[in-house]
Design a protein around this ligand. Structure first.
Ligand code: FAD
Length: 149
């Protein structure tokens, strides 16, 4: 759970807060909804999405923030299908490849590829996922392109 107003003064209008509640979940759960989602028929998907969100909100309310559910004015819910829609990431992967020991940091997929002048940067390549890592990935990739150029 992240409360943005704790780190960024004025993020929300006065007297309000913006809270992010996040849980990791595999794509399998959403796969049955994929066809309808792509076809614009989202009734069942939306019901499930609301159900999942309510579960997370109830947990946060029970353990951290009493009264949370009745204080919500605006609610946005994202799922792995949302990630596919907006980022094109395979099965909505939010962090790129699995971060295994042999595929993270400088052992992750390299910037250069077997195809001349095709380079990779971002969460799927080295050093890995996350805002700061992908910024570094772009800088490192640019450096490599310049060296080889
Ligand atoms: C819900 C969620 C919460 C997260 N929280 C955090 C966090 O708290 N801290 C953290 O460090 N990281 C977090 N991450 C991870 C972080 O967002 C990613 O690792 C990072 O944004 C990946 O950056 P990227 O540049 O590799 O890819 P992206 O940010 O996915 O950028 C790729 C871009 O390419 C575009 N694109 C795709 N296909 C095409 C195409 N064919 N033509 C043109 N454009 C295309 C997409 O629209 C997108 O804008 C989170 C991710 C998610 C999903």
């Amino acid at each position: 759970m992240t409360i943005y107003d704790n780190i960024y003064d004025g993020y929300s209008p006065k007297g309000k807060n913006t809270i992010n509640i996040l849980a990791l979940q595999g794509y399998e759960h959403w796969e049955p909804f994929e066809k309808d989602y792509r076809g614009g028929n989202k009734t069942a998907y939306n019901t499930e999405k609301e159900r999942m969100a309510d579960l997370l909100i109830a947990r946060a309310e029970e353990n951290l923030l009493p009264g949370l559910s009745s204080a919500i004015e605006v609610k946005e819910i994202g799922t792995p299908l949302t990630n596919v829609r907006y980022t094109g990431n395979y099965r909505g992967a939010m962090y790129g490849w699995n971060q295994t020991v042999d595929n993270s940091g400088q052992t992750r997929v390299r910037h250069e590829t077997p195809i001349k002048n095709l380079y990779l940067s971002g969460a799927w390549s080295r050093p890995g996922h996350g805002y700061s890592a992908v910024l570094f990935s772009g800088v490192e990739c640019f450096g490599q392109i310049m060296r080889e150029w």
